[in-house]
Design a protein around this ligand. Structure first.
Ligand code: SAM
Length: 246
């Protein structure tokens, strides 16, 4: 039986600097039968800037993902090549696509990455905080209570914590983090790879007023825990029980 080129390509695109549009990403996007894009207009502009004429551009976002999955499976069955891109950076990383990739793999189709820019790694590469071990949270929950619980759970984690946040929620998020994570160092990585790229280093618990009103895209990196580990009551009880059982 002749092998078909059928494949789902997961393609990273620039965060803002067109110089980061890799030759391989351009080649794949220029060749595939269908490109799935979060925002077809935005991706259309990116393709135009690289003189790529897409064969077919289809929308793919959270609310039509289920419907599109069936369509993509049918295309792959027909031997077509499909590429998934997000608005900027790496698909699936706080962007749609995970369910599609999972189903394609379950159905035995080939899925290949075309790696490239991602805000989480770009921030870690230049923020000056320990790059690993790190945990990535995606976007934080919107509700203050849920954010607080998340940071509370993470308080014992000894590594670096990275998350994405909208500009108007960054300062409240850092204040919540300060309450639960203590005096760790942080870095606000802003407008990565773009003209106004900026890394603002600070310490949780310090005055954050100077960060109010910042514009642009932001990735937050919080460095590892410093000083003695906070031991909660349950842990103390567990240790006492262990000791008294000896
Ligand atoms: N999947 C993309 C990635 O991993 O690069 C991220 C997509 S997510 C929907 C968008 C969020 O990523 C933004 O709200 C911001 O937190 C972060 N981000 C995207 N571009 C950025 C940039 N140039 N500088 C800093 N953060 C950025």
């Amino acid at each position: 039986m002749p092998s078909t080129p059928a494949r789902l390509w997961v393609v990273a695109t620039p965060l803002g600097n067109l110089g980061d549009f890799s030759p391989r990403a351009r080649e794949v996007l220029g060749r595939v039968d269908v490109i799935l894009a979060e925002d077809t207009r935005r991706t259309g502009l990116l393709l135009k800037s690289a003189a790529i004429e897409p064969a077919k551009l289809l929308s793919f976002f959270e609310h039509n993902e289920e419907q599109r999955i069936a369509e993509v499976l049918a295309m792959l069955e027909q031997g077509k090549e499909v590429a998934l891109v997000s608005d900027a950076g790496t698909p699936l990383i706080a962007d749609p696509g995970y369910r599609l990739v999972r189903v394609c793999r379950q159905e035995g189709h080939t899925v290949s990455p075309v790696p490239g820019p991602s805000a989480v790694l770009a921030a870690l590469m230049a923020c000056g905080l320990p790059p690993y071990p790190f945990t990535f949270l995606g976007f934080l929950p919107r509700k203050e209570g849920e954010r607080g619980r998340l940071f509370e759970q993470l308080a014992p984690f000894p590594g670096t914590i990275v998350f994405y946040e909208r500009k108007n929620r960054v300062v409240p998020a850092l204040r919540t983090a300060a309450r639960h994570l203590g005096g760790r160092c942080f870095c606000l990585a802003r407008e990565l790879t773009k003209k106004h790229e900026q890394f603002i280093n600070g310490r949780l618990g310090e005055d954050l007023d100077h960060l109010e009103g910042l514009k642009g895209e932001m990735t937050v990196v919080i460095g590892p825990r410093e000083g003695p580990v906070r031991t909660d009551e349950e842990e103390i009880e567990r240790i006492l029980e262990e000791e008294s059982a000896r």
